[in-house]
Design a protein around this ligand. Structure first.
Ligand SMILES: Nc1ncnc2c1ncn2[C@@H]1O[C@H](COP(=O)(O)OP(=O)(O)OP(=O)(O)O)[C@@H](O)[C@H]1O
Ligand SMILES: [Mg+2]
Length: 369
């Protein structure tokens, strides 16, 4: 029996728990007319909360409805890559005349005996395609078949403000032109806050926004038990309770615990509390290895000290307390605060407060994992 769980980032899990609201809004949006609120969606959540898995599921729903999907992970030069590569690729795939047009051009040119024809064939104005013109061309092409275009961007915290401006303005124009276009993007909460504060993206502020917080115990319970049952095993109630509690509502941990617990059972068809306990230990190590260690790796010893000083609190920390614990001035502590926010390890949590941006980082630093 194959292990049904998917403790890999970006992979759609066997049961996508607690995302009905988002998927319903999206399905409704692409079935409906331009102007449906769900045609612009913004997903935020910490690392491992399931942003990419949800974006991928949204893409699958769009394809199922016949829509063309253009999906990218943000990087330097995002808008240009979309303009020069991704959109032309989609156009080549969907435009049945993309190749014919080129051929017609050549054969007419080859006749070449009539000066008037060749003059007619030389465009008087040259148009350089940009992001908006390419997206419009794609939307027009697929609209002929009654379909639309979904533009999906992941990790938008890595996109430049200029690129986000260019992309969202183009999408906004297409919305007001009544084109069949939808836009879904995902990123880390603090970076999204920056994008929303930017005056250029009123459009983004009006987007439907979903914060992928923790799953409820019920949702986690189904996300663990259903795949086990469907894969031909059963899990004892007390084992399930232990697994659900340890997952703490956190999607990555749900998969990691499910996976390790299934493995711990070996060839047994019933998963017991002992298997779950072993699985939970392995899963917590995996979380530390895949989530915490990479995030801490490039930090300076002083940055680490700041994080350790925060771990004394059970919730958000006051900068003033952290500075006192480190024995430094507040303005000194503020420099570290800025750096750690930029590194996406902590985030502002209200006036004078910061909190960890990575799930279970507090427990990791306290040595509790
Ligand atoms: N709703 C869900 N229910 C159960 N498991 C989920 C759910 N969403 C995602 N997962 C699982 O959680 C893990 C993390 O998901 P994903 O890669 O989508 O997170 P992410 O928010 O994109 O993380 P990052 O910010 O690091 O890119 C994956 O193993 C995925 O299969
Ligand atoms: Mg992701």
């Amino acid at each position: 029996m194959d292990n049904p769980f998917t403790p890999t980032f970006g992979v759609i899990p066997p049961v996508l728990a607690g995302r009905d609201q988002e998927l319903t809004a999206f399905r409704r949006a692409i079935k409906g007319k331009p102007g449906e609120p769900g045609r612009a969606m913004l997903l935020t959540g910490p690392r491992g909360s399931g942003k990419t898995a949800l974006l991928n599921t949204i893409q699958a729903a769009a394809r199922e409805a016949g829509w063309v999907v253009v999906a990218e992970t943000a990087h330097a030069g995002l808008a240009e890559d979309l303009t020069l590569t991704e959109l032309p690729l989609a156009l080549l795939e969907r435009d049945p005349h993309a190749a014919d047009n080129a051929l017609t051009g050549i054969s007419v040119g080859a006749l070449g005996f009539s000066g008037s024809i060749s003059r007619d064939r030389t465009p008087k104005y040259t148009v350089r395609p940009n992001f908006r013109s390419q997206l419009t061309a794609l939307a027009k092409t697929v609209q002929a078949d009654g379909d639309g275009v979904l533009l999906c961007l992941d990790e938008v915290q890595r996109a430049s403000a200029e690129d986000m401006e260019r992309i969202t303005q183009a999408v906004q124009h297409m919305f007001s032109e009544g084109r069949q276009v939808a836009f879904a993007c995902a990123g880390l909460p603090s970076a999204i806050r920056d994008i929303l504060n930017d005056h250029v993206t009123t459009f983004m502020r009006r987007a439907m926004r979903f914060d992928l917080g923790r799953l409820t115990p019920d949702q986690v319970s189904r996300a663990i038990a259903d795949p086990i049952r469907q894969a031909g095993r059963r899990i004892q109630p007390d084992a399930l309770v232990a697994a659900v509690a340890a997952a703490a509502g956190y999607p990555f941990l749900v998969q990691a615990i499910g996976y390790a617990t299934w493995d711990a059972a070996g060839t047994a068809t019933t998963i017991t509390k002992r298997h779950a306990a072993a699985g939970i230990t392995v899963a917590k190590h995996e979380t530390a290895r895949l989530l915490h260690e990479p995030a801490l790796h490039d930090l300076s010893p002083r940055d680490r000290e700041f994080l350790d000083a925060m771990a004394k609190d059970d919730g958000p920390s006051r900068i003033a307390d952290v500075a006192a614990r480190m024995g430094v001035t507040q303005s000194f502590a503020s420099t570290y605060r800025q750096r750690l926010i930029a590194a996406e390890v902590i985030e502002p949590a209200g006036r004078g407060l910061v909190d960890y941006a990575i799930p279970l980082l507090r427990e990791h630093l306290r040595g509790q994992l």
